[in-house]
Design a protein around this ligand. Structure first.
Ligand code: ZN
Length: 268
């Protein structure tokens, strides 16, 4: 069961553990994560890394650091040089586009299925979007220069990143249409499901202002949509707590964009 706590303008999401059997990739902890003892093998849950051939994957991971990404942390701003790429394990990163310098709208979501810093795989060193940590958790981080060397040498990595880039483009274009044509309630349901799919065990915190950016609506619109989902017994919303009661029902309530994007990511 997924539990949200909304109160005083903040929202906390707790999700059930997700099996990590989709990967046997391992890496070695750095001193960046206080809870992870140094040099102890830990799973790299990122699925893109997990698809690489074993030796290539290990060589690649050996050049990485495992880092803790913290909710609200900005990894890149638009126009900034991409210093690192990130392969999320159980963290979630939002890609936001800025309009008139102060309006921000989410156009993409990256979790353990992908990589943050895709422009580098297209030989572009600047980020066109703001990359904002939406869900705290771990990621595998690599400096741009060694990443580019590895990318140019590895056909397997090129293949995976080409497929992922296609899937991310499809997600971004679908999100553009979704923001224009689908109602807030259906988009909130989609957003909850997409985030749930990408989280492992970590809770994450989210302000209502942040969620309004994700959906491109005012805070009152977020509250109204959450209440509508509660009325249909898909979530509960009481004294600041929201609980997903019926994930299947939530899938039925969300717009068609959820399945379209999920299928593309699954096939890529
Ligand atoms: Zn939609």
């Amino acid at each position: 069961m997924t539990i949200f706590d909304i109160g005083f303008g903040s929202l906390h999401l707790r999700v059930p553990p997700v099996a990590r059997s989709d990967t046997d990739a391992h890496c070695y902890a750095t001193n960046l994560g206080a809870a992870v003892p140094e040099a102890k093998p830990i799973p790299a849950a990122n699925r893109l890394l997990a698809t690489l051939p074993r030796k290539e994957r290990q060589d690649f991971i050996d050049q990485m650091q495992r880092v803790e990404l913290v909710y609200g942390e900005v990894l890149y701003e638009p126009g900034e040089k991409i210093a690192y790429v990130y392969f999320p394990n159980d963290s979630v990163v939002s890609l936001l586009t800025l309009v008139d310098r102060h309006h921000a709208l989410e156009v993409g979501l990256v979790g353990r299925e992908g990589m943050v810093g895709v422009p580098l795989a297209l030989e572009i060193s600047l980020s066109p979007v703001r990359a904002l940590v939406q869900g705290s958790g771990t990621a595998m981080r690599m400096k741009a220069a060694p990443f580019l060397r590895a990318f140019r040498e590895s056909h397997a990595l090129q293949r995976q990143l080409h497929h992922y880039t296609y899937a991310l483009m499809a997600q971004i274009t679908q999100t553009a249409a979704c923001n224009r044509f689908h109602v807030v309630e259906a988009r909130l349901a989609r957003w909850l499901l997409m985030t749930h799919d990408r989280m492992l065990t970590n809770p994450f915190q989210l302000t209502q202002e942040f969620l309004s950016q994700m959906l491109g609506v005012r805070r009152v619109g977020v509250t109204k949509a959450a209440r509508a989902l509660q009325k249909n017994a898909l979530i509960s919303y009481s004294r600041g707590n929201i609980t997903i009661l019926d994930r299947t029902g939530l899938e039925a309530a969300c717009c068609s964009c959820y399945e379209i994007v999920k299928d593309i990511h699954g096939a890529a």
